[in-house]
Every structure is written in C-alpha cells, then in structure tokens.
Design a protein around this ligand. Structure first.
Ligand code: ADP
Length: 189
C-alpha cells in the first residue's frame, strides 16, 4: 500500500503531479486546497471564515485541518493507498498526522519533495490566476511557506522519513515518470 505525501512550495505542481499519480497508481488523492475551495462555496459561518483566511494567503488553523484529514483518511477505501497534497503544512500538523497514521496502522510514509526555483514559482502562480494568486497574496503564501511550512521537511528529516527530492521543472509526464520510478525504488512494503 502506497502512503505518499507530496510536498513543496505553492506553484511547484503538487496538485498536477498528485492527480496524475493517483490516476496511474489508483490512489486516493486528497488535496486540502481543493477541499477548502469547495468548502468556501457554502453559505456557512465557517465557510466565511475560511474564505477570509484563503484570501489573505494565511493558514487555516491546525485543529480544523487535522479533523479534515482524519475524516478523509477514515473514509478512504482505495486499497492501493493515498497521496496527500497540501498537508501537512505545519510541524504540528505533521506530528498529528503521525499519530493518526499510527492509530490506523499506516506508518512508513514517503515524502515526495518537489523543488522549483523562486523565480519560476512566481512566474507560474501569476500565470495560473486563481483567486488567491494575486501578486500580494502570492508573496504572503511564499512567506508562509518559508517561515512555517518548510520546517515540515526538517521534521521529516529528523525522523529519517524517506524523502524523494524531485526537480519540478520539465515536462509534466516526464516528471511524473521520474516520481513513479523513485517511489518504486524506495517502496519495500
Ligand atoms: P498551493 O497549490 O498554492 O500550494 P493549495 O491549493 O494547496 O495551494 O492551498 C490553498 C490555500 O489553502 C493555502 O494558501 C492555505 O490558505 C489553505 N490550506 C491548504 N492546506 C492547508 C493546510 N494543511 N493547513 C492550513 N491551511 C491550508
């Protein structure tokens, strides 16, 4: 069973690669960004609050994200495994995820770390033009990544979690094939 996390700065292509991997390997793809963008279409108080957070480029509180991921993993019925995209984004989330996976007997994850230069990220995000892709919000999100999310990688390194580092610049299919080769080289379970 594949237990994958795709990790990297905004704009590195996590969503695109995760979707392709899920299709080819029959995995459960859970994108917290997609989930939250669906959620904010609702007319609830919580949706309003989340919308404000997303529009500012800030992070949704850990407690809420942890509940969301727990429910997603419990409801997953794909026997081949899962790929998490957009989670964890803080060390707290990573620690809680470890506990959840341990309780579910789903240890030994692999982290796919997609790397792209800062200039290329800015170029891509400005081209993408999503609601939270204005220059100001992009800068905020990149800041949040540098200050908070990048620490998640240090956390996994300190725990000797398997990290596959992939160059995110190139053809989508080509990058995807490199990822699959690397996953299969490293998967013994
Ligand atoms: P990107 O592709 O640019 O990394 P995402 O679609 O993954 O963006 O996420 C969009 C926004 O959703 C983030 O900027 C953040 O506000 C919120 N978000 C997504 N995942 C999380 C998370 N794990 N914790 C907190 N906030 C999150």
């Amino acid at each position: 069973m594949y237990k994958l996390i795709i990790f990297g700065a905004p704009g590195v292509g996590k969503g695109t690669q995760a979707e392709l991997l899920a299709k080819k390997m029959d995995l459960f793809h859970f994108s917290t960004g997609n989930y939250l963008r669906e959620l904010i279409k609702k007319e609830t108080e919580i949706a309003k609050k989340v919308k404000e957070i997303l529009e500012k480029g800030e992070l949704v509180p850990d407690d809420m994200m942890i509940e969301i991921i727990k429910e997603a993993l419990i409801n997953n019925n794909r026997p081949n495994g899962f790929i998490l995209d957009g989670f964890p984004r803080t060390v707290k989330q990573a620690q809680e995820l470890d506990k959840i996976l341990k309780d579910m007997n789903l240890q030994d994850i692999i982290v796919i770390y997609l790397k792209v230069s800062h200039e290329e990220i800015l170029r891509r995000l400005l081209l993408r033009g999503r609601a939270d892709d204005s220059k100001e919000i992009i800068e905020k999100r990149l800041n949040v990544y540098e200050e908070t999310t990048s620490k998640v990688l240090d956390y996994y390194k300190s725990k000797n979690t398997k990290i596959i580092e992939i160059d995110g610049v190139g053809e989508i299919e080509e990058i995807n094939n490199i990822i699959i080769t690397e996953i299969n080289k490293n998967y013994y379970i």
